[in-house]
Design a protein around this ligand. Structure first.
Ligand code: SF4
Length: 372
């Protein structure tokens, strides 16, 4: 496949016959900066949004747009996708490449940070552009879609490195690609015998759930175990449509996990995170996997919490949620340090042979190990 098609292109093409609903959802959403003019923003808000959009692309499919409460300037859905003038304020210490994807990229479109897995970037385009994205510099400056030729060096690299077990399709959003491209990518990866798992990081089930069709599922099914990692940040994103999309993925036999980003003004309260995690697990059948501390992406200081605030939130969550509903609070360290847990440690110290460990009730107890 040699075109660099993406959802915008497909929506505009005659491939719409298979399922008109998601193409309509793309066409009826915000696809260009100029579409912001049609939104119920004040003149000042619109001017500020258009200025900020120059730094990071804007795209909002209809289903996500319809979740916005325009009467609430602090609406958590709006905060995630409508450009804000605060994005133009860059704080000292913010980075173009906060987790060092480029430093660990031996060939184009691939990052190899951990021995047994790689990130593969089939496209740098998304169905929705999130204002807080930690890869926005790549999405803005590269802006390329999928071509089979572009992935050749990355696939050759994976084939040469037998320690690689997992291939993680990310980007950009891999599910913003046409079914034909996804099928081709899946087939090319699964032809490499030592690869065992295909992981897909995507916000499509959240922002464009109509895109999760039986044809898309068929494109991904093959030899490899498939794990889909969704990206819900707020319970308001969980609707009948997102529920149906996740059911389709589950019924295909895919394992579903979710990673959220902790965002000030969006989900930085115990109540919001508690509802999100419960609805993910109980309604969608999606295991809350990671809660990410906000990366050092440029122009995002207004959305980051402190680590201490995040620790307090996850401590409270542990009191309220079962283990299966609790995500792991992590930071993806700069310079390629990888993801590490941030929750405060329950171990308070040691008295001789006994550990002093703080329980969920706040009491510190002595725990003496008994081993054979
Ligand atoms: S979908 Fe993912 S890669 Fe795309 S803008 Fe949102 S967070 Fe970034």
């Amino acid at each position: 496949m040699t075109t660099d098609a993406n959802l915008n292109d497909v929506a505009a093409s005659d491939q719409r016959a298979a399922d008109p609903s998601w193409q309509d959802d793309v066409r009826a959403g915000v696809r260009h900066v100029r579409d912001l003019a049609a939104l119920p923003l004040s003149r000042a808000e619109r001017a500020a949004a258009q200025e900020a959009a120059a730094n990071h692309k804007v795209r909002i499919p209809r289903p996500y747009l319809e979740l916005i409460d325009w009467n609430d300037p602090q609406d958590p859905i709006r905060a995630q996708v409508i450009p804000s003038p605060e994005e133009l304020v860059e704080a000292e210490g913010e980075l173009d490449d906060p987790i060092a994807d480029h430093a660990y990229s031996p060939v184009p479109r691939l990052t190899h940070r951990h021995a047994d897995r790689v990130l593969l970037f089939p496209t740098y385009q998304c169905a929705v552009y999130c204002r807080f994205c930690f890869r926005k510099e790549s999405l803005t400056s590269i802006g390329r879609g999928y071509t089979s030729e572009a992935l050749e060096p990355a696939l050759a690299y994976i084939a040469e490195h037998e320690e690689i077990r997992e291939v993680i399709l990310t980007g950009g959003d891999p599910l913003s690609l046409p079914d034909k491209a996804l099928s081709e990518i899946r087939a090319r990866v699964e032809a490499i015998p030592h690869v065992r798992l295909l992981r897909i990081h995507t916000r499509v089930p959240v922002a464009l759930p109509s895109r999760i069709t039986s044809e898309l599922v068929a494109a991904l099914q093959g030899r490899l175990m498939v794990t889909v990692v969704t990206h819900f940040n707020h319970a308001r994103e969980i609707t009948d449509a997102t529920e149906a999309a996740c059911r389709t993925l589950r019924q295909a036999g895919f394992v579903l996990l979710n990673q959220s980003v902790l965002l000030k003004g969006v989900n930085d309260s115990v109540e919001v995170l508690e509802e999100l995690c419960r609805e993910l697990m109980y309604r969608l059948g999606v295991k809350p996997y990671y809660l990410h501390h906000g990366d050092l992406a440029r122009g995002m200081a207004h959305r980051r919490t402190t680590i201490a605030e995040g620790q307090a939130l996850v401590s409270a969550l542990r009191q309220r949620l079962s283990g299966i509903c609790n995500p792991t609070y992590v930071i993806d360290l700069p310079e390629g340090g990888g993801k590490v847990p941030l929750a405060s440690c329950a171990i308070e110290g040691r008295d001789g042979e006994a550990w002093r460990i703080r329980g969920q009730d706040g009491m510190v107890r002595a725990y003496r190990e008994v081993v054979g």
